[in-house]
Design a protein around this ligand. Structure first.
Ligand code: GLN
Length: 218
């Protein structure tokens, strides 16, 4: 039987608000499609080899864990970039989404380096957070997604990146430009906790279908 190989990036550190439920959904739909699932946590000091994985999941976390990870993650830049440019499927939530970008300014004003594999960057809000239900529309796939956001960071995509969707209700990336998350090649980033894939079955199935397609195109 074919096996879908999932990397849970910094999974022992980045695991807030039930984000790991996304993994359960990925595993469930992969099995439904007839695949075995192998899930490996890649964390501090571990190697990441792009060709070893079909899907990477990078969940959200607090400032504290993000700072620890920022000192380690630079080692993985080349291989994560290889994974992305080879159309690997990646789902990054909140703090994970922030860490894929250039930098992240935490709630006390410290600037933390991101992995820098994508051009977005994250500033902070002073004395407030975006907390609440959120709804967005994904024009590319003509889908509406529902979730819950809870973040201090405000993310700007730059002109090079497209959002996952346009905000209908809630704040999204920065509360200003109506963008939410990112969709670049097969990388899907979002501020949706909740978790995203449990509430948005279409997207869960879409990620699995993409990963299977990419796996068999090689
Ligand atoms: N610490 C980050 C922020 O508040 C990420 C939070 C999260 O992943 N929930 O913006």
């Amino acid at each position: 039987m074919n096996t879908l190989r999932i990397c849970h990036l910094y999974g022992n550190l980045m695991n807030t608000y039930g984000d790991n439920g996304n993994l359960l959904m990925i595993q469930y739909y992969a099995r439904e499609k007839g695949y075995n699932v192998e899930t490996t946590i890649v964390s501090l000091d571990d190697d990441f080899v792009a060709s070893d994985y079909d899907i990477v999941f990078f969940g959200g976390g607090q400032d504290f864990e993000q700072k620890i990870i920022s000192h380690d993650i630079g080692r993985l830049k080349t291989e994560i970039n290889n994974f992305i440019v080879n159309d690997g499927v990646m789902l990054a939530i909140c703090g994970g989404f922030q860490l894929l970008g250039q930098y992240y300014v935490n709630s006390v004003g410290e600037k933390i380096n991101g992995l820098g594999v994508m051009p977005h960057y994250t500033e902070r809000q002073v004395g407030s957070r975006f907390i609440g239900d959120i709804e967005i529309f994904d024009e590319v796939n003509q889908q509406t997604y529902y979730g819950f956001e809870n973040h201090n960071g405000v993310t700007y995509l730059t002109d090079a990146l497209k959002p996952l969707g346009t905000v209908i209700k809630g704040n999204g990336n920065n509360g200003q430009d109506k963008t939410e998350g990112v969709h670049y090649r097969n990388v899907f980033g979002s501020y949706f906790h909740g978790p995203l894939l449990v509430r948005n079955e279409w997207l869960a199935r879409h990620l699995i279908d993409l990963a299977i397609k990419v796996k068999h195109s090689k």
